[in-house]
Each structure stands twice: as structure tokens, then as C-alpha cells.
Write a protein that binds this ligand. Structure first.
Ligand SMILES: NC(=O)c1ccc[n+]([C@@H]2O[C@H](COP(=O)([O-])OP(=O)(O)OC[C@H]3O[C@@H](n4cnc5c(N)ncnc54)[C@H](OP(=O)(O)O)[C@@H]3O)[C@@H](O)[C@H]2O)c1
Length: 289
């Protein structure tokens, strides 16, 4: 533990890839980890591995489909019920969708999962984070990448959808979420946006065999090992920055003057998101619990 008190950490997308590796690294340091993922089997495997590393009782797996507003609300309430203090909130949940599909709330899936779940969790868990001495939120996405845009007139990508367009829009939305969180002083937590670079993780099972093969080949030669990519996440949890907002792209600070971090756009998206949430009665997914 290197002289640090054990912390309580919530990881959305904590059952695979970088979220899972972060969960195991923090469990090894003596922390308590709440790992959220949609796949029960992955949760079981993670719990078994936690048990082998001597972390029995310090890992809680919460099965939830975070693309659903009701499911996010349910896990937030569950976490608040069990944990009075959250020291770190790590956002890793994401999944690519080759075809446009809608969540139970009628939202475009990538927008719902990759962006809106982060928006909601950062707000709902705020009181628990404010109770920590040095809370930090780490959003693992693509800050510094200036490709893509927020399609203000077609936020749900009803007119033009592609996997990349949806991923880039939700990535840019996550950039603006960090800016809005800091500028609206939405809590005591330091907000870190972290771009890990191309990493040997990520579920590609939804793609056809050719795309999967190309991705696997690229990953073998060009991607970073998961353990390298998560190092800054693990360290940010130990030493949260003093600044309200930190943006790091593969170890390099990101210029806050980038157009993708525009405070006006951040405000606009936050207002739009609140409006959207106020118009939605969360729907319970068929398999939600
Ligand atoms: N890998 C890269 O090269 C790379 C590069 C830049 C940025 N990033 C970003 O880094 C983050 C982590 O990436 P990764 O490569 O570690 O991803 P990953 O290995 O695919 O893991 C994604 C996590 O999200 C969870 N998840 C997916 N759909 C979910 C749902 N509907 N509800 C709840 N949880 C869900 C998965 O758990 P279940 O399967 O249990 O649902 C899993 O734990 C992502 O935001 C990604 O965009 C990755």
C-alpha cells in the first residue's frame, strides 16, 4: 500500500480490458473495488481472480447494462447504499456497434453507453465522492483527438450513422463532459481525461471475421500492452491532481485551447443532456435486475 490508506474505487467497465486490469491492480494494493459490467460470466471470472490474489470480500461485481438510464440509476443507488465514501471513479465502459441501434430509452446506443452513463454516474455519485479526502474521476476515452464532432442537429445519429462517427461523437462528448464538470464545479473530485492510446484491449467480437483479423494484427504490432496503458490510471488514483481538470493524451498534457474542449460547447451539451434526461422516463431493460 506504500503508506496509503485503502481506497474505495468504482470502475464502470471493470470486467474487461483496461478497467479489469485497473481493478486487479488496485485490489493488489488493498483497495475495495466495485466493478460494473454487463456480462455475468466475466464478473464471475474477475471475482475468482480477485479471490486468488487474496482480495476476497474487497471486490463487488455489479451486473448492469449501462446503456440504460434505469440501470445506471439502479447501480448508483446500490453503490450509495453500500459505500458511504468513493475515492475514485474510473470510466472505461464502451462497446462499438457496427449498426445503429437504440437503447431501451430510445437513444443511440454509443451515446447512451459511452457518454450518458458517464454523465449520470459523475452526478449521482457526487455526494459519495465529496465525502472522500481526495476524490478523483478518471474518464478513459480519446481526449486530444480532434477528429469527429458533436452533431448538434442529429445527436442520436438518426440521419447518418457509422461506428466511427458514433464513437468519435461520444468521445468528443466525453471531452466536453470533463470541461463542464470542472467549470460547473460539479463536486470536489478532480476530473482527469485520459487517452491511453491504441491498447491491446477492446472487444471486437461484434465485427465480421475480416475486420476482427485486421484489428488483431494491428494490435499485435502497434498497440500498447494493457499494463502500460493503465499505469497512469493507477497512479492518478494514488495521487489525484490538484487541478479541477487534467487532460492527458499518452503521457502528454492536452492543450486546453483545443476546439474539442470549448467551454461554450461544454455548457451547451450539459444543458442539452439535462433537457434530454428530464424528458425521459427511464425504461427498465428486459433483463435488468
Ligand atoms: N483499446 C484501445 O485501443 C483504446 C484506445 C483509446 C481509448 N480507449 C477507451 O478506453 C476505454 C476502455 O477500453 P478497453 O479497450 O479496455 O475496452 P474493453 O476491453 O472492450 O472493455 C470494455 C468494458 O466495458 C464494459 N461494457 C461494455 N458494454 C457495457 C454495457 N452495456 N454495460 C456495462 N458495461 C459494459 C465491458 O464489460 P462487459 O463485457 O461485462 O459488459 C468491459 O468491462 C474505452 O472507453 C475505450 O473507448 C481504448
Amino acid at each position: 500500500m506504500r503508506g496509503q490508506q485503502p481506497k474505495t474505487i468504482v470502475i464502470s467497465g471493470g470486467t474487461d480490458g483496461m478497467g479489469r486490469a485497473t481493478a486487479l491492480a488496485r485490489l493488489r494494493r488493498g483497495d475495495t473495488v466495485v466493478a460494473i459490467g454487463s456480462n455475468e460470466a466475466k464478473g464471475r471470472v474477475l471475482a475468482e481472480e480477485a479471490g486468488r490474489t487474496g482480495a476476497v470480500g474487497r471486490l463487488r461485481f455489479l451486473r448492469a447494462d449501462l446503456s440504460s438510464i434505469a440501470e445506471v440509476e439502479r447501480v448508483a443507488a446500490d453503490i450509495a447504499h453500500h459505500h458511504p465514501v468513493i475515492d475514485a471513479l474510473v470510466f472505461c465502459a464502451n462497446r462499438q456497434s457496427p449498426k445503429r441501434r437504440e437503447t431501451v430509452d430510445g437513444l443511440e446506443f454509443t451515446f447512451g453507453l459511452y457518454y450518458l452513463s458517464r454523465y449520470l454516474l459523475s452526478r449521482r455519485l457526487r455526494p459519495l465522492m465529496d465525502a472522500s479526502a481526495a476524490p478523483v474521476i478518471i474518464s478513459v476515452a480519446g481526449v486530444g483527438n480532434t477528429a469527429g464532432a458533436i452533431h448538434w442537429d442529429d445527436l442520436q445519429l438518426e440521419r447518418r450513422y457509422s461506428t466511427i462517427r458514433a464513437q468519435l461523437q461520444a468521445g468528443r462528448a466525453n471531452d466536453l463532459l470533463g470541461v463542464a464538470f470542472a467549470q460547473r464545479a460539479a463536486g470536489k473530485a478532480a476530473y482527469v481525461m485520459y487517452h491511453p492510446g491504441f491498447t491491446r484491449s477492446g472487444d471486437a467480437s461484434m465485427f465480421n471475421p475480416l475486420v476482427r483479423g485486421i484489428l488483431r494484427l494491428l494490435a499485435r504490432f502497434a498497440a500498447r500492452p494493457v499494463e502500460t496503458s493503465i499505469r497512469p490510471i493507477v497512479e492518478f488514483i494514488d495521487n489525484p491532481p490538484r487541478a479541477a481538470l487534467t487532460a492527458i493524451d499518452r503521457g502528454r498534457p492536452v492543450d486546453s485551447a483545443l476546439k474539442t474542449l470549448d467551454p461554450g460547447d461544454a455548457d451547451r451539451l450539459a444543458t442539452l443532456t439535462e433537457e434530454l434526461l428530464s424528458q425521459h422516463t427511464p425504461q427498465t431493460p428486459p433483463h435488468g435486475r
